[in-house]
Design a protein around this ligand. Structure first.
Ligand code: SAJ
Length: 444
């Protein structure tokens, strides 16, 4: 029977998972290498933004079921939920998984369950995790139960989806899968599907790759429709009226630590056979440069133009800026000598200075919406018109009610119905992409 769970990694997945297990009656010890994070959590607070999470963590800490520390403790089950980023040359960095696995070795004993939740390249459980765990002398599958079970929750809806989503459990043998299934069944209300660890690893990667490829198609349509003088958003909306079509939306680029990262795990392992996957990554990675070029084209008649960037997180209503397209857009604009001022009501820490709303709009020559935060719906274009120098707004998400902005006197452009140049920096982007997945490999 599992009574005590040790969750290694208290980030966007580990912290919600740990607190939900604790609120379901398990004794949970959460581990994070960052002592500040541990202190914040033990004080009943959280270090990330996620709706409802603070309340659940607070309740779990108060109940006495949940504690955090920097070093793993003895437990019946271990859940590893650490990051698997990509290196600059788009290779999976498994160092956190390896370190997390090693950190539990001194505590492991016969009968323990170890679950890897981090998104990982295929065969990581078998080729990386198992050999480390077996350094204890315990035999995986006999003395230790091991499974891979990916998290599949959407940032912004994590708590809800942790409970309601279906769950895939990839056991290294059937007994491991059954023990892990029993654990998740304590709170998962969605269906639980059991498979092997490599299939479960692939399922996770395929889900995000599907989305990335679909978004690349939408982005390509935005480029084509822009040249046709029609609106890609209208085309997509109407095409989606077909019962078997589900096109995603074009945007300023694909960010976050999942969709813009995971497909590379397949390209890395299968460079010759992941052609559509690699090409989609390249198409999506070009978008920020197209957006920056668009801004430059529309402001190049102004001396020292000032650009107001609205929203720098990788998508709306979250504070996460990892792999955000805003980073490449701003870097491009700054490199070209444009003044950039940023307003984001969600983000607290960013690579560039953040401003208040009024300061960001003061004397602006172009308002560029990058992240579709709900707050931006309530901006008052008439008031903002008095602050800016040149009333131009570019909406890269099809999010703003541009009619209102037009009424207030703004010139309005929407990604999807405007020509998207790829002139400036094209060479840099292509060179970067070629270093990882050359066009010859991608079949173009
Ligand atoms: N985006 C578009 N167009 C769209 C949808 C998204 O440009 O039509 C952009 C977003 O703006 C963002 C990026 O794609 O920059 C990714 O956002 P997202 O909301 O699609 O996904 P994530 O990264 O927040 O969460 C995904 C989810 N995967 C799927 O929906 C298949 C989530 O369920 C996963 O758990 C998560 O990745 C993860 O952790 O892997």
């Amino acid at each position: 029977m599992i009574h005590k769970i040790c969750v290694v990694g208290l980030g966007y997945i580990g912290l919600p998972t740990a607190s939900i297990f604790a609120s379901n009656g398990f004794e949970v010890f959460g581990v994070d290498v960052n002592p500040t994070v541990v202190e914040i959590i033990n004080n009943g607070d959280i270090h990330i933004e996620e709706p409802g999470l603070k309340t659940v963590v607070q309740a779990a800490i108060r109940s006495g079921n949940f504690k955090a520390g920097t070093v793993p403790v003895e437990a019946d089950a271990y859940i590893l939920a650490v990051p698997t980023p990509i290196t600059h040359d788009k290779k999976a960095d498994l160092s956190y998984v390896e370190a997390a696995a090693r950190s539990i070795l001194p505590k492991l004993r016969k009968g323990n369950l170890v679950i890897l939740e981090s998104t990982s390249p295929p065969l990581t459980t078998v080729n990386v995790l198992i050999p480390i765990l077996e350094e204890t002398g315990l035999r995986v599958g006999e003395d230790l139960f091991v499974a891979y079970s990916p998290e599949r929750v959407l940032p912004g809806r994590i708590l809800k989806e942790l409970i309601s989503n279906s769950r895939i459990i990839g056991g290294v043998n059937s007994q491991s899968a059954e023990v892990a299934r029993g654990l998740y069944a304590s709170f998962v209300e969605g269906e639980i599907f059991v498979s092997d660890s490599t299939t479960a690893e692939m399922v996770k990667l395929v889900e995000n790759t599907f989305r990335d490829v679909n978004i690349a198609l939408a982005n390509e349509l935005a480029v084509i429709c822009g040249q046709l003088g029609i609106n890609a958003l209208d085309v997509i909306h109407l095409a989606n009226k077909h019962p078997r079509v589900n096109l995603h939306r074009p945007g300023p680029g694909v960010g976050g630590h999942c969709i813009s990262v995971d497909p590379w795990f397949l390209v890395e392992r299968f460079p010759n056979d992941s052609r559509i996957i690699g090409l989609s990554r390249r198409i999506n990675d070009e978008m920020p440069y197209r957006v920056a070029s668009l801004v430059m084209d529309y402001t190049n008649h102004i001396k020292n133009p000032k650009i107001t960037v609205l929203g720098v997180s990788y998508k709306g209503n979250v504070d996460d800026t990892r792999e955000s397209p805003a980073l490449a857009i701003i870097a491009g604009l700054v490199q070209a000598g444009l003044e950039v001022s940023i307003y984001d009501p969600h983000v607290r820490y960013f690579d560039y200075e953040l401003s208040g709303l009024e300061a960001a709009f003061q004397n602006s020559d172009c308002v560029l919406l990058v992240a579709d935060h709900e707050e931006f719906r309530y901006l008052n274009p008439a008031e903002l018109h008095n602050l800016v120098r040149s009333p131009l707004v570019i909406d890269t998400r099809g999010f703003l009610s541009l009619g209102l902005w037009q009424q207030a006197g703004f010139e309005c452009l929407q990604l999807g119905d405007v020509e998207l140049p790829l002139a400036k920096w094209q060479e840099t982007v292509v060179k970067q992409a070629d270093a990882v997945a050359p066009m010859s490999v991608l079949g173009a």
